[in-house]
Structures are given as structure tokens and as C-alpha cells.
Design a protein. Structure first.
Length: 296
């Protein structure tokens, strides 16, 4: 299968490119820079130069491929409305290219806000609806095309997709612990995150691309609920620093932008996903990765 992929040089995307190529698929990756283009070419992928604002380029990439995996997001925390608009426009563009073709569209999505007081399940709809909502309501927008001759699959990623080289949320939490000399959690530390190792996440996306039916909501989750206190304790043991609580009102000062997420409960089950695609994660746990020095 020839797959057009955005975000193919990112933390998750680069692992997915490797997974797809190893499985015998052809990959064309969107590249904004010479560096990104060279990275894709070294792996054996083709390159389409452009970015998320180049809607004509996105459509051409989809037209030339047999499937699309959309991972890229601007993630401009200082201008979320702009990021959300760009995400929605990209999904609208891909839908315009793929509707009526029977081809697959795999969309990266998130687990935040799906459920309160319990782990989210694959039956929980995203509350993000409309262009002004989180990620421009892209998951619900894509699902509108699930019965219009386009095989739509939403991959809801755990907040921690961990491993050596991760520069996401957890890397920022570890950086805050180094900066302040303490490893902190917020409040009583009972908020919990789901987690998955990067290689397991990549394999699940490939399996979903190859076999998930249209309208599937896949939870890219291994560990269902690791409390933020447990995360802080693992970081503290690894760095040899004390573990402490910070008040919610001080989270922004201590953690920076990631403080707004570290206070959220983003736990989730992947039971239905595992059954649907016969997916069994094999990677280390989040605590094992931390204590093995993945964030040292």
C-alpha cells in the first residue's frame, strides 16, 4: 500500500514510517524542511515538500496515495485557535480527496476530556465539536465521512508515548524536576495518565491502517492509569531528588505549559482495540522507561 503521511519525522511519526516500511508498504512523507526531507529519504521514503497550510499539496499527496495517515499538528500553545483552524482545514482537504474512493484515512487524536471519574473507552465520543473546539473538532469531522466511501480510523494516543528520545510532555516534566531540584505532582497526585511505548504505538497504527473498519476509534494505550504521583516518584528515584506536591495554582510556574495537562485525568482502556486488531503491547512500562534512563 502506498501511504501519504504527515508528521513523519516527529516522535511518533518517525516510528510509524519505520513500521510501515518494514511491513512492505510504500511511504511518502510531508516535509517542511531540507532536514526533514533528508531524514525521510534516508529511511527509504519518498518526499513531498510542504506544510499544513499547503492545502493543494495535501490534496495532491492524498490523490497519489492509497491511504493517508495524518499525524502533524502545529501545536502552537500560544495560538491554539490558529492550530485548530489548520487542523480542521487539513482534515477537510483530505476528506475532499478521499470521499468515495474507499481509501483509508487514519487521524491522530487525543484522550483528554473523553470521560470523568473513570478510564475512557472506545465508545466515548469526543466532546470536541466544531471549528473552535480542541484540534478543530477534527475527529468528529472525520467521522462524518465514515459512511461516505472513506475508511475513517481515529487513533487516540495516550498522553505519554514514551521511549528513548521522547521530547513530549514527560520530557518537560523531567526538565522541571531538574530545574527545581524536586520532582513534583499537582495536588494529591491522583490524576492518572494512560501510557504506551512508542514501538507499540507504531505497530497499532499499522494494524489499524491495514484492517480496522470505518468509524473505528482506536485507543493507543498500554497502561490504563498511572497516577501523576507515581510518575513523579519514578522521576524522583531516577534523578535522586525529593518528591513533593505543588498547588494547582502554582503548576504553571513550576511546570510551564505542561502544567495544564499534568493536572488532567487522561486514563483510558484499550480492551476493544486489542480485541479488534489482536494487538498486544510488548514494550516497557512508563516507569521502567524512566528508571532505565530514557529521560536521563
Amino acid at each position: 500500500m502506498h501511504v501519504f503521511l504527515t508528521g513523519g519525522t516527529g516522535w511518533i511519526g518517525s516510528a510509524i514510517v519505520d513500521e510501515l516500511l518494514d511491513a512492505g508498504h510504500e511511504v511518502t512523507g510531508l516535509a517542511r524542511s531540507d532536514t526533514s526531507a533528508a531524514t525521510l529519504e534516508r529511511k527509504g521514503a519518498r518526499v513531498r515538500r510542504g506544510d499544513l497550510d499547503d492545502l493543494d499539496g495535501l490534496r495532491a499527496g492524498a490523490d497519489e496515495a492509497e491511504a493517508v495517515i495524518h499525524l502533524a499538528n502545529k501545536h502552537d500553545w500560544a495560538n491554539l485557535p490558529m492550530s485548530n483552524r489548520a487542523e480542521r482545514s487539513a482534515v477537510e482537504t483530505f476528506a475532499g480527496a478521499l470521499t468515495g474512493t474507499g481509501r483509508a484515512f487514519v487521524l491522530a487524536s487525543a484522550l483528554s476530556g473523553l470521560a470523568k471519574g473513570r478510564p475512557a473507552t472506545e465508545s466515548d465520543p469526543s466532546p470536541a465539536v466544531g471549528p473552535d473546539s480542541m484540534r478543530g473538532g477534527s475527529e468528529n469531522l472525520a467521522l462524518e465521512y465514515a459512511e461516505k466511501g472513506m475508511r475513517v480510523i481515529s487513533a487516540r494516543f495516550a498522553p505519554s508515548v514514551h521511549g528513548v528520545g521522547d521530547h513530549g510532555f514527560l520530557a518537560s516534566i523531567v526538565a522541571a524536576a531538574r530545574k527545581h531540584g524536586v520532582s513534583a505532582y499537582i495536588g494529591d497526585g491522583s490524576a492518572a495518565w494512560a501510557a504506551v511505548h512508542r514501538t507499540d504505538a507504531a505497530r497499532l497504527v499499522r494494524l489499524g491502517l491495514e484492517g480496522a473498519p470505518t468509524g473505528s476509534l482506536l485507543h493507543v494505550v498500554d497502561e490504563e492509569a498511572i497516577t501523576t504521583r507515581e510518575i513523579a516518584e519514578a522521576v524522583g528515584r531516577t534523578l535522586g531528588v525529593p518528591v513533593t506536591s505543588v498547588a494547582p495554582e502554582d503548576a504553571g510556574e513550576h511546570f510551564g505549559f505542561v502544567g495544564r495537562f499534568f493536572a488532567l485525568d487522561m486514563s483510558a482502556s484499550s480492551t476493544r482495540t486489542r480485541e479488534l486488531l489482536n494487538w498486544t503491547p510488548f514494550g516497557p512500562s512508563l516507569a521502567e522507561d524512566i528508571e532505565a534512563g530514557a529521560y536521563a
